[in-house]
Design a protein around this ligand. Structure first.
Ligand code: SF4
Length: 273
């Protein structure tokens, strides 16, 4: 996997220090990509010419990777006593009688098979350990309050103040830029590819419900910019009121980031209007 230097990343930005990536300058963004492994696509203007999808994902620092792998091992240990087939109904998963300790479920339009020892997404081991953390956390949570269809913003979930900006940076602002730069039919085809469906909400230009995981639906509302009213494009992500029965806040924000990653990837493959 290619490792870009901060300078090489900065050279691919327009160097206008606009702050849309969540960092005050392009240089700070380049340094953060190298240091923390955040996605290059957080900068909506970055020139990705010549990089393939694998190359666009920076290597995580070794100590971070080691910490993630240790955390995955501890989650696997924690679910060891569980009878996974018993948990299938409450997780919206299925299982095969011959393989009762493997759960099958959908994750952003992809097929997951998860056992106490292995995890495959669309038949492949996930490259990013954070996907494993999210999916094993989902099982470990053993959520027992099914979605209520009662939607709330991150700010309405308990102890979420520190996560509101993170959600905006890694999901909502990115999606607002992404949707602004694509035609509606392209956006809907990406939403359908992650199993999303239109929602009844009428006030937004695009409103959809996306089952990030079977019991973790997320509602996405997009309002186009209206320069005459000084209104910039916005996306708001809503969660089911019962969501913390399934995932802790950290994993929940990461699941929303992954939703933005998937839509970004699907829309990247489509030409801009
Ligand atoms: S969004 Fe891109 S152009 Fe704007 S500050 Fe971040 S890196 Fe620079």
């Amino acid at each position: 996997m290619l490792k870009l230097s901060p300078l090489a990343i900065v050279k691919r930005t327009p160097l206008n220090n606009c702050g849309q990536c969540g960092y005050p300058t392009c240089l700070a963004f380049g340094a953060a990509v190298v240091k923390t492994g955040i996605s290059l696509s957080l900068c909506p203007f970055i020139d990705l010419t010549g990089l393939d999808q694998g190359q666009m994902q920076q290597e995580q620092p070794k100590d971070q990777k080691a910490a993630d792998l240790a955390f995955i091992a501890s989650l696997k240990e924690k679910i060891r006593p569980f009878i996974l087939s018993d948990l299938a109904p409450q997780l919206g998963a299925s299982f095969n009688k011959e393989l009762p300790d493997t759960l099958f479920f959908r994750y952003l339009g992809q097929e997951v098979s998860l056992s106490k020892s292995s995890l495959l997404i669309d038949g492949h081991e996930p490259e990013d350990p954070r996907d494993q953390i999210l999916l094993y956390n989902y099982v470990f949570g053993q959520g027992n309050q099914p979605p209520s269809n009662n939607w709330v913003g991150m700010e309405s979930l308990p102890n979420s103040i520190s996560k509101i900006k993170t959600l905006a940076t890694y999901c909502e602002n990115r999606l607002a830029t992404l949707f602004t730069n694509h035609a509606k039919d392209e956006i809907w085809s990406a939403i359908k590819a992650v199993d999303g469906t239109p929602s009844a909400e009428q006030s937004a230009n695009i409103s959809a419900i996306i089952p990030v995981l079977p019991m973790i639906p997320q509602s996405i509302l997009f309002w186009e910019a209206a320069p005459e009213d000084n209104f910039t494009a916005q996306v708001k992500v809503l969660f089911d009121r019962h969501v913390l029965s399934y995932l802790d806040l950290e994993s929940l924000v990461f699941s929303a980031e992954r939703l933005a990653d998937r839509l970004d990837l699907l829309l990247l493959k489509q030409p801009k209007p």
